[in-house]
Design a protein around this ligand. Structure first.
Ligand code: PRX
Length: 657
């Protein structure tokens, strides 16, 4: 396990207390209300969760046991209860608010489409019936590779309706990544689009699906459903391929939901780890849904009149939890955006908040930083008075960006919720409550009620106030991942390591408490990078590089970057001689493109440096800490006495441009 005594160097003493008027109207009103919920969970853990699950989720068959710990860490929640996620997101609103707008969709070119709960329900049912007609059944896996669209939500909800397990692959991943996920999940269908529009450019999607399937190993795929978005010509395989509109045409407008056990997998979502291939994080139906509803109400203070906008792509967990499931289960009106924040200009987000009167806005620190850079004054030109809560997710937010968000976007009025969580946790875990928690810039503050988090040292002992260590979750929670698809042993080893006698969920993040007990997330303690809020394993990028015929060896580390949080730096040993300046520039470009094709453009190394070797100990272990220093252009002050080949450091310090 990595070194763990992490001292926080940052002192942040500014405190922002929620305004009295906000506190009064909040779903969790004031710190006492927060503490009462925490105390209830502490006093009677199953009683707390059982009460909430009965109050907030619609069950076809009620559960009799809240938590089954007998096979820990394979926890089971509400296991004998039965429900359907799509029923909870759609049907429950049909009687109460069928004409309410569920989704306001804004396309890349600015065209706006609205859809009511009634219409969304109708389309989900028709699509679900269409999938059934193609033989997709309960428990079967369906890969979704679609642009941000109403149709992507229809696709996910339709899978949930028939008990099929969806696995969404972000549209920015390459054909190769898609193929690997299709194979690992054993999917029988892929749902895609002809193309997507981002920043005025058309990006093909169906072509990548064709390419992925042609790579082999995807023989299980019997159906490819294509949503017509761009209208550009696509290759077609008769029998296998079908247009989404043709599949839906003539289908009945209702579809009896498939009632599934609470533990039935709702979805698999692949994410990077420190070793091996991306892992298929498997989530449940009942516990997951409960937590989406609760976090919407507690952290986003959901009210019927809200216009909620989470900017995350449905390809990431944030898009699952706070685009597809959470808002719809709460009957919210939400905004879905196809494009990018800087097109046609860096005022796009602010214009959309103004046009759609967005009340709750949730985005990533990377987006905030890039918008500060591209036009820090721009928000002032828009009417942002509809906003009442601002949120961030995905990476630590630096206090400067936090202050800008607070002052320039929120005009000092809106509480900021800095939400810490992970693909594995399903939903928010450590976060302020907007009508309760006094916030400090750069701190995710405290665990939510029912979540028991701590910061511990290598021996598993809590470090206490003012200290840093490893972030752990000490009790199970309903929305936790259940396993890694097809690899329960990897699940156990990764998240419930023997180091802590298998008692704690190890988040993989370093964190520290300040003197007031506020939690500050420092970053990953494993070999996982966080680039623009996206997780990438260094091993994955190394494997991609080494798969190139000219590469003998590669090591990848991160270095801090003002905009993207971390930037990817690769150190490469070629099978041929170390290149001179001119050749180096060409090879860098080739290798960047190569990684783009192997994994996806987000994984392209920013810097690539060449050496005749890598810095290794006498036992052959790569000394990554040295590489990290080199990547930061730091002078090497560390102990290099165990280094086999010190001369190599000089070579690697020379940047190829
Ligand atoms: O390192 C933490 C960082 O993002 C990781 C989880 O990434 P992923 O599974 O892709 O999910 C991202 C969206 C939930 C964490 O291990 N992270 C997430 N939120 C924060 C954060 N780091 C600091 N502050 C946050 N609010």
């Amino acid at each position: 396990m990595a070194a763990t005594t992490i001292e926080s160097v940052l002192q942040e003493n500014r405190i922002f207390t929620p305004a009295e008027a906000f506190v009064r109207q909040a779903n969790v009103s004031g710190m006492d209300a927060y503490r009462r919920l925490c105390a209830e969970a502490e006093k009677d853990f199953p009683g707390f969760w059982g009460r909430l699950a009965r109050e907030h989720v619609l069950w076809k068959k009620p559960f009799t046991q809240v938590l089954d710990e007998s096979k820990a860490p394979f926890f089971r929640w509400f296991a004998d209860g039965e429900l359907n996620a799509s029923y909870n997101c759609l049907d429950r609103h049909l009687e109460t608010q069928p004409e309410k707008t569920a989704i306001i969709f804004e396309a890349d070119d600015g065209k706006v489409t609205r859809i009511t709960y009634r219409e969304l329900h109708r389309r989900v049912c028709m699509f679900a019936n269409g999938l059934k007609a193609r033989g997709v059944k309960r428990g079967e896996r369906v890969v979704i590779y679609m642009p941000m669209s109403i149709e992507a939500v229809v696709a996910m909800q339709a899978c949930a309706r028939i008990g099929a397990i969806h696995s969404v692959v972000f549209g920015g991943f390459s054909a190769k990544s898609l193929q690997e996920r299709i194979i690992d999940a054993g999917a029988i269908a892929v749902l895609t689009a002809d193309g997507q529009f981002r920043g005025g450019r058309e990006i093909p999607l169906k072509a990548a699906v064709d390419e992925a399937i042609a790579m082999g190993g995807c023989e299980s795929i019997a159906t490819v459903v294509v949503y017509r978005r761009s209208g550009s010509p696509v290759a077609w395989q008769a029998g296998r391929d079908v247009w989404m509109h043709d599949l839906m045409a003539g289908q009945p407008e209702t579809c009896e939901p498939e009632w599934v056990g609470a533990e039935h997998p709702l979805f698999i979502l692949y994410t990077s780890g420190s070793t091996g291939k991306p892992k298929g994080v498997q989530h449940s139906t009942g516990g997951y849904l409960l937590w989406m509803i609760l976090t919407m109400k507690w952290v986003f203070d959901h009210k019927p009149g809200d216009i909620f906008w989470c900017t995350a792509d449905v390809g990431w967990v944030t898009g699952h939890s706070y685009v597809c499931y959470g808002p719809l289960a709460c009957g919210a009106t939400e905004v879905i955006f196809e494009g990018v924040p800087v097109y046609p200009d860096a005022g796009r987000f602010w214009k959309m908040i103004q046009d759609h009167k967005v009340t709750v806005f949730y985005t990533a620190p990377t987006a905030i930083r890039s918008l500060i850079k591209a036009g820090g004054e721009l928000p002032k030109h828009y009417d942002l008075s509809s906003l009442r809560i601002l949120g961030t997710v995905g990476e630590p937010i630096n206090p400067e960006a936090w202050m800008w968000y607070h002052e320039t976007v929120g005009r000092g009025r809106c509480p900021i919720v800095d939400t810490w969580w992970q693909t594995e946790t399903g939903g928010l875990m450590i976060s302020p409550l907007p009508g309760a928690t006094p916030t400090k810039p750069g701190s995710a503050t405290f665990p939510l009620p029912g979540i028991f988090a701590d910061i511990v040292d290598e021996t598993g002992h809590p470090v206490g106030k003012g200290k840093g260590g490893m972030l752990v979750i000490t009790r199970p929670w309903p929305a936790m991942l259940r396993t890694i698809w097809g690899d329960p042993e990897r699940f156990r080893k990764t998240y419930y390591p023997a180091d802590f006698q298998g008692k704690y969920y190890l988040a993989g993040d370093g964190a520290s408490y300040d003197e007031d007990g506020y939690i500050r997330i420092i970053g990953r303690i494993d070999d996982v990078l966080n680039v623009s809020g996206h997780r990438l394993g260094t091993m994955e990028i190394e494997s991609a590089l080494v798969a190139n015929p000219i590469v003998a060896e590669a090591a990848v580390v991160g270095r801090p970057d003002d905009l993207t949080g971390e930037a990817i730096c690769a150190f490469v040993v070629l099978k041929q001689a170390r290149p001179g300046t001119e050749d180096a520039a060409r090879i860098v470009k080739d290798l960047q493109d190569w990684v783009g094709r192997e994994i996806g453009p987000i994984a392209k190394p920013r810097d690539i440096r060449f050496g005749e070797n890598l810095p290794k100990t006498r036992s052959g272990k790569i000394m990554r800490r040295l590489l990290r220093s080199i990547a930061r252009d730091e002078e090497i002050r560390q102990d290099v006495s165990t280094l086999e080949n010190p001369a190599i450091l000089q070579q690697l310090s020379e940047k190829a441009r």
